[in-house]
Structures are given as C-alpha cells and as structure tokens.
Design a protein around this ligand. Sequence first.
Ligand SMILES: Nc1nc2c(ncn2[C@@H]2O[C@H](COP(=O)(O)OP(=O)(O)OP(=O)(O)O)[C@@H](O)[C@H]2O)c(=O)[nH]1
Ligand SMILES: [Mg+2]
Length: 459
Amino acid sequence: MFDALSDRLQSALGDLRGRGKLDEEAISRAMREIRLALLEADVNFEVVKDFVAQVRERALGQEVLKSITPGQQVVKAVHEELTELMGAGSSKLVFTGRPPTVILLAGLQGSGKTTAAAKLALLLRKEGRTPALVAADLQRPAAIDQLEQLGRQIQVPVYREDGSDPVRVVRNGIERLAADGADTVILDTAGRLHVDEELMEELERVRDASKPANVLLVLDAMTGQEAVNVALAFQERVAFDGVVLTKLDGDARGGAALSVKAVTGRPIKLISVGEKVDQLEYFHPDRMASRILGMGDVLTLIERAEQAVEEDEQKELEARMLKGQFSFDDFLKSYRMIRRMGSIGGLVKLIPGLGKQLEGLDDIDEKQFARVEAIILSMTPEERSLPKVIDGSRRQRIAGGSGTSVEEVNRLLEGRKEMEKLMKGISRGKLPELPGAPKQPQRKATKSNKRKKRSKTRR
Ligand SMILES: Nc1nc2c(ncn2[C@@H]2O[C@H](COP(=O)(O)OP(=O)(O)OP(=O)(O)O)[C@@H](O)[C@H]2O)c(=O)[nH]1
Ligand SMILES: [Mg+2]
C-alpha cells in the first residue's frame, strides 16, 4: 500500500530524523522532497501546496520537546498533517434510532460496489447487527447473481426482484428485509463507465425512495486523481456522506486517499484492501499516516511520553543520567514514571523491535512492582546512590530485609543497568532503531529486502 510514496517520504525525512539541530536549509530541502513525493503519488496540486505550508508552520512553531530530536519533531509534524489531511473527524457510520438503517453504495462501474456491499454486511454482522442486501443494480443481469452468491457466502439475506425499476426494487426490498428482522439494509446500485446524466438521475430516485442514513461513494484508489474528479462530479448531484476507498492492496499511489477529504470535504469511512469478503476495514487516518511514514506505533509512545513525563522531573533525571549517574533512587523514580505511562509490557510493545529483547518485563504487575520497591527501600542510602558497592553479603542482607531472594535482588541489579541504558537512549532522543524507519544512506537495503522488513511492521 502506497509503497512508492512511503519510500519517498521516508527518505525525505530520513535525512532530518537523526539530526540534533535543524537549519532552515535542511527543512527546505525536506519540504521540497515531500512536495515531490506527494505530486508523484498523484495528490492534488492545491492539496500538496497547502500541505507543505502547513507542515513547515507546524514544524517550526512546535514547542521544543526534550524527549525527541528536532528531526523527529518534523516527522511528527508530517504525521499530524497527514492525519488531518485524510480527515481527523469520525469515520463512523450513522445508525438511525428507528430501524432499518439504510446504506446506499454508489460509484462507477468496477469500482467495487458489489463486493464492498457484501464486505460491509459481514463487517456489520461481526459488530452484532443484522444486515441485509438489496440487489438494485438492474443494468447488468449478472450483477444480481453476483450479489446473491456473495450473500450466500457470508450468510446474509439478499433481496432480488425481476424487473427494470430500481426504485421499486429498493422500496420493496427495504420493507421486506426489515419485516424479516434486518436492522441495516445495504443497497448495491448500478455503475456506469462515466458519470452521466442517466446514472445520476437513477441514483437520485433511488436515494429519494430509500432515504439512506449513509450515502457512500465507492472509489477505486488505483485511479488516483481521477477518483477525486469522480467524487467531485458525484457531489454536484448526489451528496454523499463518506467514501469507501477500494483496491488499496494494489499499487495505488495514494493520491485518492490523500486528496479526497480535502477536495470534497467528505471523509473516507472504509477501505478495502483485498478481494476477500473480510478485507474491508474502518479507516483510521492516524494509522494510515503511520503506515505511510513506516513508523509503527512509536508516535503513540511519544505522545504518551509527552503526557506522562513532567518536564522538570524529566530534566532532572536526564541531567543526572548524562553525568552517568543512575542511582536506585532514579531507578525508582523512572520506574514510577514509566508506570504512569501505562504498563511496562504495553509500553515495550510499542517500540518496534524491542519487545523481544525485554520479554521478561512483559508481566510485571502490581505485586512485582511492590517487591521491587521493597528491595530498593531495603538498601541503605549509599547503596541506592552507588549501586556498585552492593556485594554478595549486602545482596543477602537486602534480600532478607525485603523478604525476597538473592536471585530477585540480582535481577533487579541487572534491570537497573538495562534501564539506565534504555533511559539514556530515550532522554537523548534516540528512540530505539525502528524497523522500517527511514534508513541511513550507508545502510541502503535492497528493494526486496526493504519490502520484507516493512511488511513485518505493518498491521
Ligand atoms: N484487489 C482488489 N480487488 C477488488 C477490491 N474491491 C473489489 N475488487 C475487485 O474489483 C472487481 C469489481 O468489483 P465489483 O464489486 O464487482 O465492482 P462494482 O462496482 O460492483 O462493478 P459494477 O457492478 O460493474 O458497477 C472485482 O473483480 C472485485 O473482486 C479490493 O479491495 N482489492
Ligand atoms: Mg456491482
């Protein structure tokens, strides 16, 4: 998904990422690269212009945070701007108080309406709803059979009726399916090769007859900017509430996903990422931005760090660690800090590549934390500030005093060392190496290599 764009953006930002300081020129160069990357991905020209201006403003205007480098801060700005571009708003569907909720799918021929209808039915059923389908595409005789077959496959009822008036079919279908217990009725409509008067008229009539709570426009992501033009043409006649973007598994360049919200004002609500019936997902702009930037969930980590760590507390710790001091008092403090951010296991999992290394930390729970605390509190002030004086006999004494074992004390001593390394890295803005993150030029991976690596970090 968006491989080329992803590569381009990542290399544009890779140069900045490691830098401790950012000058005007480095930022300008990165902005130029970002601009080119987006244009090549077929993103609307006006959208690109605004985007770059916004990122620059955001990057320069940001408060300097201690926990990340200026370079990472630009990455963060790009991420935030990408998220906003794709629609910071909600992607939720509207469900009416009085069933059935009607969802109308419209779109050009081959955009993926019929398959999306079935996929959506399956998705909604998994959420506990009782969906049903109406075959309202009477243009192609095979269309009805296609929907019926999909309905059988996912065990969702399909209403069909012979004839040539889709309005009739839709009216009868909704009434009948609702009477049979459906709370959500999805309408599959006819497509045309191009946006034309006939199609729009039919859609208007179907819409007026069915009063859908959601009109979703199905767009083929592979068609890039053309998809956005189609969206604009539809919008003039049949106002839609959101977009279903299909075929994102192909080599879509990303233009549609990145422009459609900005150009039409309507959000992408669902994305289809394959031909199988379970390959429809709700769209999350922030996650998509992360995927495009190849960042895993490190952003979540940075955000949590921002929320949880009070500046001066962190500064004080940082100053001590930079001096190579990391006492057990500091250990206790940072331990408590990390706990405020969430469970250690959960936190570790957010750092790509680190989870495996620190697997043991995964199940630290309240009880274990109390034991760790007891061990540290059993140390003398000297031992806490100068851990290396803790020899064998002291270990035994500490174990006895805290009601733990020498092994546990040993483990904690080791843990402190590990923690020191980890905290030092984080405090200097050196987040652990990210798989799939922008690569340093000297470590250029081969194309296939890259792909392998990236696909591992994607979800
Ligand atoms: N790879 C891939 N193929 C898809 C996706 N969505 C749909 N397709 C394929 O695209 C083709 C057209 O899909 P349909 O659902 O029949 O499209 P439609 O909009 O109903 O087409 P008409 O009924 O002719 O207007 C089918 O072969 C689908 O399997 C997707 O997300 N990924
Ligand atoms: Mg169809």
